[in-house]
Ligand binder design. Structure first.
Ligand code: FNR
Length: 421
């Protein structure tokens, strides 16, 4: 793990926020209220975005984002795992020049958290992939664009060139090569392969709310849309009129199925035979940083290092794949020890507070990613909403880091924590 102390993001630094392509927060950084759009002012924490998004989004779309698999065992464990640790503070440390920036793959980021890949975000928020990527780029944090997305990777990359690309691997090698080739030509530097989806999870909640991919037109869907006019006019119809019917743009080298259709089938079959040989092949094809997302075992982490992965994301997919899978935070320390510095270890699943970010960092993560809250933020306030969410989390990290008595993210280590149980 390489972390450096590049620029101070303490309270004093927040007052004067220069724009900087290398990753400093932009003028869009909302701070504690000045310049914050009215709709965002009551939103004081990431969880507040969920309540706001529930009002804006039709039920199937809100359910798609909020939901997990089967009985939500892993979803709940993702949150409760953070209570297994409490903080041990150090007092009377001069933290006036504290700094939360990090370095990953030779890039400097202004905070130790980023935006996880979230599928079909352009259906929940107007031009959602761009809102997420542009906010991250402007505010200097990492963002991973989902391969299950409705805006072309080329458009997102040219708007926010520091974005990472996440691929779901197609089932055959020719298609894998075609996709990797396209990602390279589009100009992405960092490739993330999500490997925890050999088959679709049992997401009963999607069936109950009438969500499917593609969406099937129905009376129920129409009523849901009409009862959420802000979404209907501000996102859905605006997208149809200005950009046409959204399609899965980035699953393969070529365009995929439309998002709303009575008949179209999305080709997601044939992933269950994929193996480490396929991942090794991608490693050979991809020159830039290569990250594997969805690792929960020390065995797989060692294997990732062996095939030459530069990074791994410890993740149970936000509790959306195997229900009962371990919480990422619970297995993180063992994986960090197993990798022993040979790759960058990152994590996601359940991060909602600056304190959560710091607990994961203290257990050895170089960076964490946040999924649902940034998606809600985009649905509620577009790019400004995402910037507001980044700002809230940044301030929480800053405050907590100060109270912990740690000057830099490098100083946040296991001595900050007490294991409760
Ligand atoms: C996801 N996730 C995900 N992961 C991925 O690799 N590719 C994808 O396209 C998606 N799509 C997706 C859609 C939605 C609606 C959600 C909520 C999640 C998983 C995501 O990247 C991340 O692992 C989790 O969201 C992290 O958990 P939290 O932060 O949502 O608790």
């Amino acid at each position: 793990m390489e972390t450096t102390k590049q620029r101070p993001i303490g309270v004093a630094a927040v007052e004067a926020l220069p724009v900087n392509r290398a990753g400093a927060p932009s003028a869009a950084y909302a701070g504690a209220g000045r310049g914050t759009p009215r709709v965002l002012r009551p939103i004081l924490s990431l969880d507040d975005f969920e309540h706001a998004a529930r009002r804006v989004l039709p039920r199937p779309l809100f359910g798609y984002i909020a939901g997990a698999a089967e009985d939500n065992l892993s979803l709940r464990a993702n949150r409760t795992s953070f209570s297994d640790y409490s903080f041990i503070t150090r007092t009377l440390v001069d933290v006036s020049k504290r700094d939360q920036s990090i370095q990953i793959f030779d890039e400097t980021y202004s905070a130790p958290f980023g935006i996880a890949p979230v599928g079909i975000s352009a259906l929940s928020a107007y031009r959602g992939d761009l809102a997420l990527a542009n906010a991250a780029q402007a505010d200097g944090i990492p963002a991973i664009m989902s391969g299950s997305s409705l805006i072309s990777m080329e458009e997102v990359q040219s708007s926010a060139p520091r974005t990472w690309f996440q691929a779901y691997l197609p089932g055959d090698r020719t298609k894998i090569r075609g996709l990797i080739d396209r990602v390279r030509k589009a100009g992405f530097r960092t490739l993330v392969a999500t490997i925890d989806l050999p088959v679709w999870a049992n997401r009963e909640n999607n069936v109950r709310t009438g969500f499917s991919m593609p969406l099937r037109p129905s009376l129920r869907l129409a009523v849901d849309g009409m009862t959420h006019p802000r979404w209907l006019f501000g996102t859905f119809l605006r997208t149809l009129v200005l950009h046409g019917m959204p399609h899965f743009e980035n699953s393969f080298a070529e365009r995929g199925a439309p998002m709303l259709s009575t008949r179209a089938i999305r080709d997601t079959t044939g992933r269950d035979h994929l193996s480490w040989d396929d991942i090794s092949e991608i490693r050979r094809l991809w020159d830039g940083p290569f990250v594997l997302k969805g690792i929960l075992s020390e065995h797989d982490a060692r294997r990732a290092v062996k095939i030459g992965a530069d990074g791994i994301i410890v993740s149970n997919h936000g509790g959306r794949q195997l229900d009962g899978a371990a919480a990422s935070l619970a297995v993180l320390p063992g994986i960090v020890d197993a990798v022993n510095g040979a790759a960058v270890v990152m994590m996601d699943s359940g991060i909602r507070r600056g304190g959560d970010v710091l607990k994961a960092i203290a257990l050895g993560a170089s960076c964490v990613f946040v999924g649902r809250p940034f998606m809600y933020a985009a649905a509620v306030g577009g790019q400004a909403g995402v910037s507001h969410a980044i700002s809230l989390l940044r301030q929480e990290v800053d405050r907590n880091q100060a109270m912990l008595g740690r000057l830099s993210i490098d100083d946040v280590d296991r001595t900050c924590l007490h294991r409760v149980s």
